[in-house]
Ligand binder design. Structure first.
Ligand code: NAD
Length: 539
């Protein structure tokens, strides 16, 4: 996912010349290669990794305002996706640590001061935290890049500013949340109070550790809740660093507890905890089903789910092909293809198909892959060996199913998890690369004939997270935006994320919406208070 800043980076790249002059182009391209036989050489990824300009200072669990070891004393490694080498050993939270964190959050909720504090005081603490994030943006960006492998420029110029903006957005909400009075039949005064829901359990994935952190923590704290957050085991570092800053900003102990650890232990303990009042989960659809069941089998806590996707990106016949190619490329390859809303089914109208695929292939071959700390790099490594192997298996499946491998398809180097930007054409709807979430730099291009056909094919999936529509015809745009069964449609743009725009899925892409005014409802209880009136309701 990206943000306004990413879109502005993109608009810049759309209007500027291609990045062929940058270093780190994939080497060894053979211009005489026939379709399907292009090979990227060893390239940049094998160079000596750049030393990250930051130290890891915080690896313990955050419980009740203190950094502590896991009760078991266990640790687990977090690794550098550029090399697979260990960055740090991190305290491994499990059920007992979740219990400790939930009781700290419970006490902080029941006894205060956070939910009982004036909303303006809460707002000021969140604003102070946003200022501290800005002050420490370089360390934060470096930690995020080291732990995730995403390009430094993306994190520094898009993700951190978005993180700060989102916390300011939620700081602004804190003192504007209020209930209603409603008219009732008869002499009754009816107030509808919007109260914090209580202790929020939150589980986040590894693809956007800091942005998932603010999507969860921002609205929950603005509404006056307390939190136990379980980070992804692949990327525990940035949330610990940020949460330390939150306490420097004045967050009371116990309000935000952060547990690093694995899903089936720490995550499952949180989802099934009897004292957690609400669960918010972002991750895969399979794990979403598990946590929903755990929530139901324990205390029926309400659950919001932000899950996977297989989003269509539809290029219509009237499209400016150059712009469509660039946008479709961005929609898929951004963040190494590791986006829940990646435009991973590129539907192209038959009248522009041939031109589109030649240009899409050329664009993928120009993609700059390398050490994410190096300036100008567009694509770093995949997050870990498991994801790397998953993506490589999908590439193999694409070839075996008869799709045409236009470019890419191989690992770059022998260290770390770099994969060549890969483009398949002649993809058919039933192929695994057209049905499954690959979560990697693999573009699948499908041909279509008319709008009704592409609507039916685009909707023929269990997912419903997002879609891109590229057309200059207002009627086509209106038809598609209404017909597509997804939570977000981007028309002639993609990955435009803004604090105020709700995000979430139809169908098996999830329940509920994050960001915007809708995200507050996830963290509020509605209480009706009815008192008799001596006089009629309206005098
Ligand atoms: N819709 C969105 O907003 C959005 C955003 C980002 C990522 N995602 C999705 O996330 C997935 C990638 O992330 P991932 O591989 O980390 O997903 P994942 O489901 O494997 O893990 C997500 C989180 O769930 C935890 N978890 C795993 N098993 C668990 C269990 N049994 N009980 C409780 N918690 C458990 C993990 O430790 C991690 O913190 C993709 O499918 C992607 O589409 C969705």
């Amino acid at each position: 996912m990206a943000y306004r800043r990413v879109s502005s980076l993109l608009s810049r790249s759309l209007s500027s010349s291609p990045v062929t002059s940058l270093l780190l182009l994939p080497q060894g391209r053979n211009s005489s290669c026939a379709r399907g036989l292009h090979r990227f050489g060893t390239a940049v990824a094998v160079e000596e990794p750049i030393k990250p300009p930051v130290q890891v200072n915080q690896t313990q669990l955050l419980i009740n305002g203190q950094f502590v070891d896991a009760a078991s004393g266990k640790t687990f490694p977090t690794s550098d996706p550029r090399t697979g080498e260990v960055i740090a050993s991190v305290a491994e939270g499990d059920k007992e640590d979740i219990n400790r964190a939930v009781s700290a959050a419970r006490k902080a909720f029941d006894e205060g001061p956070w939910p009982k504090m004036s909303p303006y005081e809460r707002s000021k603490i969140i604003y102070r935290f946003a200022d501290l994030l800005e002050k420490h943006k370089d360390e934060l960006a470096a930690l995020e890049v080291w732990d995730t492998g995403k390009p430094y420029e993306q994190v520094a110029s898009a993700e951190i500013p978005t993180l700060v903006r989102l916390f300011r957005y939620y700081a602004g909400w804190a003192d504007k949340i209020h209930g209603l009075t409603v008219p009732a039949d008869g002499p009754h005064h009816v107030q509808v109070l919007h109260e914090p829901i209580g202790v929020a359990g939150q589980i986040i994935p590894w693809n956007f550790p800091l942005l998932m952190y603010v999507w969860k923590v921002g609205p929950a704290l603005a509404c006056g809740n307390t939190i136990v957050l379980k980070t992804a085991e692949q990327t525990p570092l940035s949330a610990l660093y940020a949460s330390q800053l939150f306490h420097e900003a004045g967050l009371p102990p116990g309000v935000l507890n952060v547990i690093s650890g694995y899903g089936p232990t720490a995550g499952a303990a949180l989802a099934s905890h009897m004292d957690v009042d609400k669960l918010a989960f972002t991750g895969s659809t399979d794990t979403g089903k598990i946590v929903l069941e755990l929530a139901a089998r324990s205390n029926l806590k309400p659950v919001t789910l932000e899950l996977g996707g297989k989003s269509p990106f539809i290029v219509c016949e009237d499209a400016n092909v150059d712009r469509a190619v660039e946008l479709a490329h961005f929609a898929l390859f951004f963040n190494q293809g590791q986006c829940c809303c990646a435009g991973s089914r590129t539907f192209v109208h038959e009248s522009v198909y041939d031109e589109f695929i030649e240009k899409a292939k050329a664009r993928a071959m120009r993609r700059v892959v390398g050490d994410p700390f190096r300036k100008g790099v567009e694509q770093g490594p995949q997050i870990d060996l498991e994801q790397f192997e998953k993506v490589m298996n999908y590439i193999k499946a694409g070839i075996e199913c008869g799709a045409i491998l236009e470019t890419g398809g191989e690992r770059i180097g022998s260290k770390g998890y770099y994969i060549q930007p890969t483009v398949f054409t002649d993809v058919k709807d039933g192929m695994p690369i057209a049905t499954d979430e690959i979560f990697g730099p693999v573009q699948s291009i499908l041909k279509f004939r008319d709008v009704n056909e592409v609507i039916q094919r685009a909707n023929a999936t269990h997912y419903g997270l997002a879609a891109g529509v590229f057309t200059s015809d207002i009627d086509t745009a209106n038809t598609l935006t209404r017909a597509l069964r997804v939570g977000t449609v981007w028309v002639n743009c993609f990955d435009v994320f803004d604090a105020a725009i709700p995000f979430g899925g139809f169908k098996m892409s999830g329940h509920g919406r994050e960001k915007g005014i809708y995200s507050l409802n996830n963290y509020l209880q509605v209480k009706a208070v009815v008192t008799p009136l001596k006089n009629p309701a309206w005098l």
